[in-house]
Structure formats: structure tokens, C-alpha cells
Design a protein around this ligand. Structure first.
Ligand code: PMV
Length: 361
């Protein structure tokens, strides 16, 4: 475990009268090389790479006040939500050695998502990273109250976001992030993500992600259960080796702006993720018939027009359509005239590569 943050934790007495409110907005992210399978405390079996999104965010405010012990309430979109609150409380208790001051605070957490309910978009990456950034912000206010100003440390935010919810580690950086140790990237780590923003061709900084909502229903198998099923998956070691190869090839393509390689790796990774689900025991299928129709339409459209668009999938039926901004007009024409008929009630979300978390006033 990184003891750097343990030894630097604010361990003093919370001053009487200490109170306030902090807020952070943090985005969701979409993986290109997928994290699927973990060990120990949220350590990935292979490295992953993602685009940070812009429109699909969580906004979390934490009101805090000096108290005798940790006292805690969690509200989601205005309603008290004990199930999600329990997840956060467990995180706070498990990692209290890093945040000992929480045992002297009463916290009220209010969170909302900027994307619609039941859109099938996983919110744990955005919500957990927003919460962690708020927690670090409280620690910063405490340090400031003792006359010791400290900067927001993104590596630390990524480390604790990862402990709260794996893929959340990647949401704290602008543009693109890499999480997981690999020989082909300096400073990469299994414990936190690093920014790729300085190592990507400008075309990738303009990428759009149009999220085609095939179903907004909650998925039948959680990511947590999916990761666990990798343990008995007969293809697990071949998968981890392939993912490592794909990281290497994708990093080179991201640097040079090689869109053909980007497309090959991205689509192959999406299909591998779902193939792994189909090969686990018990097996399961999260794609729907319209997911396949969309994949076929997207590939046909690419062949006919030579526009470099491609798809990826998260652990669910929705299709993320990825393309450079310069092609937006033609691709949006295709969405509105062809693809939208496969979407649940014609719903899709126009997102794009974003700038990472923002402090809210
Ligand atoms: O962060 P988790 O435990 O919800 O797992 C995320 C897994 C995928 O979304 C399927 C892939 C990824 O790398 O984001």
C-alpha cells in the first residue's frame, strides 16, 4: 500500500467550529482497453485506457461540521439513499487510517447525476471520484485552517477513487487516462491512473462519444459479479496477455494518430469483454438484439463512407459511437436517420472527450 498518503494524512484535532460545504463535479469515462478481472484490493488484472467524458457527470456536495464521532447521511437526487450511503460508509470505515479526521465530523452528502435516470450509464466512476475529491477538499480545508495550504493531488484522488470503485481511478484526469502497470508507459501503476493527455495525437482530444441507449434497464449481472467470474474463466490468462498487447499497440496508435489501429483495437476490446461474459460460468449476455443491429450498421456505414467511426461497449447493451469532431455532421446525420430507430425511445446522449473534474462553488 502507498504509505506516502498514510503518513501525510491530516491526523490532528479538528478545530471547534470547523464547518463548511465542498462540491465537486466528476465525469464518467469510457474504456477503450477494458479492465475486466481484478485481484486483492481493486488491483486490475490488466491495464486499461479510457476517454474521460464531459456531459455524463456526478455532482457531489459534502456539508461537514465538527462532531464527536462520524455521523453520516447520503442523499441521491434529493432523496435519502441508504444503499449507496452504505457503500460510501464502508469505504470511509475501511480507509479511515487515511482520513482519520472523519471520525470527528458529521457529513451530509448530496449527489446527483447530469445524465438521465435509467439510461444504463454506470455512475460509480463519476460518483465515487466526485465523492473522493470532496473528501480530499475537506482535508485541504483542515490543513489550511492550520496554516498549511496543500494542492489537490490528482494521483491521490485517483488512488482513493480506485479503492472506492476500480474504473473511477481514470475519471480524475482530462482527456485520457491509463490505469494499471505496463512496461510501455513510465510511471504507470496498478494503484492509480496516470494522465495520457500529453501523449496523444490532437485528433483524440476532439473525440465525440454518442451514447446510443439500447436499454435503460438495470443490468442483470453487476460489474462486481462480472469481475469475480473472471476467476474461473478458462480464457482469463489469454485475455490478460491480449489486453497487455492491446495496451502497447493502442498507446502507439494514440501517439501517432493511427485511426485504423485505434478502430481495430477499440472494437476488438468491446467484443472481447462481452465474449468473456459469454464464456464465464454461469455465462450471461448483456447485449440485446439492437446492440448487434447497431454494430452491423456502424460497420456498414464505415465501409461505405470511409468515415473513421467505431463502436465500443461498456458492461451493458448500450453502444458508444466514437469519432473525431471533424466528422460530427455526417455521423449525426447517420444517427438521426438510421441508428436512432434501434435506440430505446429514440434516446441517445451527445458526449465528448472532456476536461476532468471541476470544483463547484
Ligand atoms: O469499475 P468497475 O468495477 O465498475 O468495472 C468497470 C468495468 C468496465 O466498465 C466493463 C470496463 C472498464 O474498464 O471501465
Amino acid at each position: 500500500m502507498e504509505n506516502k498518503w498514510l503518513s501525510a494524512a491530516f491526523k490532528g484535532e479538528v478545530p471547534s467550529g470547523f464547518q463548511g460545504k465542498v462540491g465537486w463535479q466528476s465525469p464518467s469515462n469510457i474504456a477503450l482497453v477494458k479492465y475486466w478481472g481484478k485481484k486483492g484490493k481493486q488491483i486490475p488484472q490488466n491495464p486499461s485506457i479510457s476517454f474521460t467524458l464531459s456531459e455524463c457527470c456526478s455532482e457531489t456536495f459534502i456539508s461537514f461540521e465538527k462532531a464527536d464521532r462520524l455521523d453520516f447521511r447520503f442523499f441521491f437526487e434529493g432523496k435519502e439513499n441508504p444503499a449507496f450511503g452504505a457503500k460510501i460508509e464502508k469505504f470511509l470505515i475501511d480507509y479511515q487510517a487515511f482520513f482519520p479526521f472523519i471520525n470527528q465530523l458529521s457529513l451530509t452528502i448530496e449527489s446527483r447525476n447530469t445524465f438521465p435516470h435509467s439510461s444504463g450509464i454506470a455512475s460509480s466512476a463519476s460518483s465515487m471520484s466526485a465523492f473522493v475529491m470532496g473528501l480530499i477538499e475537506i482535508e485541504r480545508s483542515l490543513s489550511l485552517s492550520k496554516g498549511r495550504p496543500v494542492n489537490m493531488d490528482l494521483k491521490k484522488a485517483s488512488y482513493f477513487s480506485r479503492l472506492a470503485s476500480g474504473s473511477a481511478a481514470r475519471s480524475v484526469y482530462p482527456k485520457m487516462a491509463l490505469w494499471g502497470a505496463t512496461d510501455c508507459y513510465k510511471d504507470s501503476s496498478d494503484e492509480y491512473a496516470v494522465s495520457l493527455a500529453d501523449d496523444i495525437h490532437p485528433v483524440f482530444k476532439t473525440y465525440r462519444d454518442s451514447i446510443l441507449i439500447v436499454s435503460g434497464e438495470q443490468k442483470s449481472v453487476s460489474s462486481r459479479a462480472g469481475h469475480a467470474l473472471m476467476e474461473g474463466n478458462p480464457y482469463a490468462s489469454a485475455r490478460y496477455a491480449k489486453a497487455n498487447d492491446n495496451i502497447k499497440t493502442l498507446l502507439a496508435a494514440l501517439k501517432s494518430g493511427d485511426l485504423d489501429t485505434f478502430i481495430n483495437i477499440t472494437e476488438s476490446e468491446a467484443l472481447q469483454l462481452h465474449a468473456l461474459m459469454m464464456c464465464s460460468s454461469p455465462s450471461y449476455i448483456l447485449m440485446k438484439p439492437n446492440t448487434l443491429s447497431l454494430i452491423n450498421e456502424i460497420r456498414e456505414f464505415r465501409q461505405e463512407t470511409k468515415i473513421p467511426l467505431c463502436f465500443t461497449l461498456d458492461a451493458g447493451p448500450n453502444v458508444h459511437l466514437l469519432y473525431p469532431e471533424s466528422e460530427a455532421e455526417k455521423v449525426e446525420y447517420c444517427i438521426k436517420n438510421v441508428l436512432v430507430k434501434y435506440c430505446d425511445q429514440g434516446r441517445w446522449i451527445a458526449d465528448h472527450v472532456g476536461e476532468g473534474p471541476k470544483k463547484l462553488q
